[in-house]
Write a protein that binds this ligand. Structure first.
Ligand SMILES: Nc1nc2c(ncn2[C@@H]2O[C@H](COP(=O)(O)OP(=O)(O)OP(=O)(O)O)[C@@H](O)[C@H]2O)c(=O)[nH]1
Ligand SMILES: [Mg+2]
Length: 305
C-alpha cells in the first residue's frame, strides 16, 4: 500500500508542476576555477622563464590525431603572446581525405616583444604529422619516440611506412639537451567520437617511452567550442559544461592521464583578432607547459646533456 501512495504522490507532483525540465547542460558551479582577468599575470609568468640548466630553450612536442588542432595550437600560442592573430604553422581546413597536412618535422619559434623582436622566446614547439588508425597510415609511433630522444633532424619528412633508423640521413646521432623534448603534449579534439583503438595503442608506446624518460605529459582538448553550444555562446562556460566534463573523464581513462593534466582550449580558427577569454585558456596551457618542462630540465639536467 505504501508504495502505491508514493507513485500517486509523483503523479500529483507532475500534474501540478508540468513535465520534468530538460537535463541542464551546465553545472551550477564550474568544476575547475579559472581567473578570467589573469591574462596580464600569465604573460608576466611566461616572460619570466629563462633557461638555467644548460639548455638554450625548452622544447614542447605536440602530437595527436590528424586534424586535432596541433598546428592551430602553436599558432594560437603565438597569437596569444603577440596579442594579434599569427598564422605561421600551416593549419588546414579538415577535408575529405582526412590525411595529415603537416608532414615535416618543424621547429617553431615565437618572438619576443609581440613578435616585433628578432629574439625568440626560450621555448620552441615541434609540429609533427598527425596520427591515424591502421599500421601504414599517419605518424609512426617509433618516429615520435625518435623525436622525444632528439634523434630527428629539422625538416625530416616522415614516412608512415618506414620509420626513421640510425642509418638515415635525417637521423641525428648526437642529440644535445636542446634537441630533446622536455614536455609532451597530446592534442585531441573534444568534438570527436571515440578515439580509434589503434591510435590508442600507438599512443600507449609513446606515453610509456615518455614515462620511462620522465618527460612530463599533458593533454589538450581542442574544439571545445564546437563540442558544446554553451561554450560556443560563452567560453567562460568551459568548466561548467557537462559535455566537456564527461569528455575529459573519457580522455583521462582512454589515454591514462590524470584529469589535472588535461586542459580544454579553443584555438584561434576563424578570428581576425585576439580575444581575452580565448587567450587566457591558451596562456594557461602554455604557462603549465613551461613550468612542467622547467621542472623536468632541472631534475634531469645531467642526463640530458
Ligand atoms: N572551431 C575550432 N576549430 C579548430 C580548433 N582547433 C583547430 N581548429 C580547426 O581544425 C582544423 C584542423 O586544424 P589543424 O591545426 O590543421 O590540425 P592538425 O592537428 O595540425 O592537423 P594535421 O597537421 O593535418 O594532422 C582547422 O580548420 C582549424 O582551423 C578549435 O579549437 N576550434
Ligand atoms: Mg598540422
Amino acid at each position: 500500500m505504501g508504495n502505491v501512495s508514493v507513485v500517486e504522490e509523483r503523479i500529483v507532483y507532475r500534474t501540478v508542476e508540468g513535465p520534468a525540465p530538460p537535463p541542464q547542460s551546465l553545472l551550477d558551479q564550474p568544476w575547475r576555477g579559472i581567473d578570467w582577468n589573469n591574462k596580464k599575470k600569465l604573460l608576466e609568468e611566461i616572460n619570466r622563464y629563462t633557461p638555467k640548466h644548460g639548455e638554450k630553450h625548452l622544447r614542447v612536442l605536440v602530437y595527436g590525431p590528424v586534424g586535432a588542432g596541433k598546428s592551430s595550437f602553436i599558432n594560437s600560442a603565438a597569437s596569444a603572446l603577440y596579442e594579434r592573430i599569427y598564422i605561421g604553422a600551416e593549419a588546414h581546413t579538415t577535408d575529405a581525405s582526412s590525411r595529415s597536412h603537416t608532414l615535416k618535422y618543424t621547429t617553431h619559434n615565437i618572438f619576443k616583444d609581440g613578435g616585433y623582436s628578432d629574439e625568440p622566446y626560450p621555448f620552441v614547439f615541434n609540429d609533427v604529422m598527425g596520427m591515424e588508425g591502421g599500421d601504414r597510415l599517419g605518424m609512426h609511433p617509433d618516429d615520435i619516440v625518435m623525436v622525444l630522444k632528439g634523434h630527428v633532424k629539422e625538416g625530416y619528412k616522415f614516412n608512415p611506412m618506414s620509420p626513421l633508423t640510425d642509418k638515415d640521413h635525417g637521423y641525428n646521432k648526437n642529440p644535445t639537451i636542446n634537441d630533446k623534448v622536455h614536455v609532451l603534449v597530446l592534442m585531441l579534439s573534444a568534438d570527436c567520437s571515440d578515439i580509434d583503438p589503434t591510435i590508442i595503442d600507438k599512443m600507449e608506446k609513446i606515453r610509456q617511452t615518455a614515462h620511462d624518460l620522465g618527460i612530463p605529459q599533458i593533454a589538450i582538448g581542442t574544439h571545445v567550442d564546437t563540442l558544446c553550444p554553451e561554450i560556443h555562446k560563452d567560453l567562460q562556460n568551459i568548466y561548467r559544461s557537462k559535455l566537456l566534463y564527461t569528455k575529459i573523464k573519457e580522455f583521462s581513462k582512454a589515454v591514462g592521464l590524470v584529469e589535472n593534466c588535461i586542459m580544454g582550449v579553443k584555438n584561434y580558427s576563424h578570428e581576425t583578432d585576439t580575444d581575452d577569454n580565448v587567450s587566457t585558456l591558451i596562456l594557461l596551457a602554455l604557462r603549465n607547459m613551461i613550468n612542467y618542462g622547467n621542472d623536468y630540465i632541472r631534475a634531469h639536467a645531467k642526463s640530458l646533456k
